[in-house]
Ligand binder design. Structure first.
Ligand code: V47
Length: 388
């Protein structure tokens, strides 16, 4: 019978295993080796070592909902199926008023939502005041939930609309209810991919500058990688190392979210969807290279609940949440994909694979009954009872 050590040796991953055991950082070549070996179980074994070192068996989830306040966007990214170009004649563009956004959130008043995830297109017509009013209205509708809003791209636009320095407007947005920022808009930090797929968008350096300012303002954020389109393995490995470097500098990232590209209804619809094998590898490599990130997320809505469940043994310690109303890839009515999981379904996914669920808020504070929040380790039974 072959041991795991034999398997690691045969897969060329023995040196990476040694580095992990000795607390040494992985480098670009290690990243490439992890992308190139066909032996995903060996990669997963290593990622699971790193995952358990950070979080043990704990798996974080959140009761959340999404609000996409406008789909009007002047960036025209080739990978996006969500946007309506400004002034387009098809009549599909919309902007939610702050009151409409608040009303959408208020529909969930009976549910203990903890995180409101609010992002949208880059709509040059919206004035700075709109963003403040939006945050205040949504916060007033659900004062018990934290607002995680605005990608680095949106923040650059908001500063432009305000005609004021970013640092100044960040403190106003924070006072209006902004608790954290999501990781979107990062795509792939490669000038080649930027030029080919999202030329009109803030460039890679710009994304870093905004993230730096956000973290300096005391607002934590996530970071993403959009994979499964035209990017190369080298570009992905460099993307991860760039983000790791920024995290060394600011310490402001909470979670890394690999986003699997969904080609449907995009200019790249000829590309195949990513496989479960590719999705698990992306999560595992992120966990291994991003040694300074507290969390790695399996975003089930993109990779399906069964693959997200497996990912809990391939490096992920966060399975996102109940996710109501996700429109970035699944505009309402255009897909048969699942959009919502109940809390009980999420808990079942986590516990079936022997992981321990921890309900969190947008800032990764454990929530639940007071005694559970103190220990940070709520029991699955307690959570299940609370959820029923
Ligand atoms: O920046 C756009 C991506 C992002 C497609 O921080 C696509 O917790 C797949 O960032 N197929 C926005 N992805 C969503 C996002 C996000 C999602 C969930 C959790 C978090 C978090 C952040 O969606 C965009 C872009 O990278 N995206 N089009 C597509 N066709």
């Amino acid at each position: 019978m072959r041991s795991m050590l034999d398997q690691l040796r045969r897969s060329g991953l023995e040196a990476i295993h040694d580095k992990l055991l000795n607390g040494r950082r992985l480098d670009f070549n290690d990243g490439m080796r992890l992308y190139q070996t066909p032996d995903l179980t060996a990669v997963g074994y290593l990622a699971n070592l790193a995952r358990e070192r950070k979080s043990g068996a704990r798996t974080f989830f959140v009761r959340n909902l999404h609000v996409n306040y406008t789909n009007i966007c002047n960036k025209l990214c080739k990978f996006c199926s969500f946007y309506a170009a400004p002034n387009s004649a098809d009549g599909k563009g919309y902007v939610l008023t702050p009151e409409q956004a608040a009303a959408r959130v208020a529909q969930y008043n009976g549910e203990p939502i903890r995180e409101i995830h609010m992002v949208a297109g880059i709509n040059p017509k919206l004035p700075f005041q709109y963003y403040l009013d939006l945050l205040r209205a949504v916060k007033a509708a659900r004062p018990d939930a934290q607002i995680k809003a605005f990608t680095m791209i949106e923040l650059a636009q908001i500063a432009r609309a305000a005609k004021r320095p970013l640092a100044e407007i960040l403190s106003e947005l924070k006072a209006a209810g902004l608790a954290a920022c999501p990781g979107g808009g990062a795509e792939v930090f490669s000038d080649r991919v930027h030029e080919e797929l999202f030329r009109a968008k803030l460039d890679n350096q710009g994304w870093f500058d905004v993230a730096r300012a956000v973290h300096a303002a005391g607002i934590p954020s996530n970071a993403t990688l959009l994979y499964g389109h035209i990017e190369t393995q080298e570009e992905k490995a460099r993307h991860l190392l760039h983000i790791r470097e920024l995290q060394d500098e600011t310490g402001g990232f909470m979670c890394f979210v690999p986003l699997a590209f969904d080609p449907s209804n995009t200019e790249l619809s000829h590309l195949p969807v990513t496989t479960g094998y590719a999705n698990l590898r992306e999560i595992a490599i992120a966990r291994l290279l991003l040694d300074n990130f507290p969390h790695v997320k399996a975003f089930w809505i993109m990779i399906t609940p069964p693959v997200a469940q497996m990912a809990l043994w391939y490096g992920a310690d966060d399975i996102d949440g109940t996710v109501s109303h996700y429109e970035i890839t699944h505009a309402l009515g255009t897909t048969s994909h699942r959009q919502v999981l109940s809390t009980v379904e999420l808990l079942d996914l986590i516990t079936e694979v022997g992981r321990e669920p921890v309900e969190r808020d947008a800032l990764y504070n454990p929530v639940g009954r007071p005694e559970e929040a103190v220990s940070g380790q709520p029991s699955a039974v307690g959570l299940l009872n609370a959820a029923r």
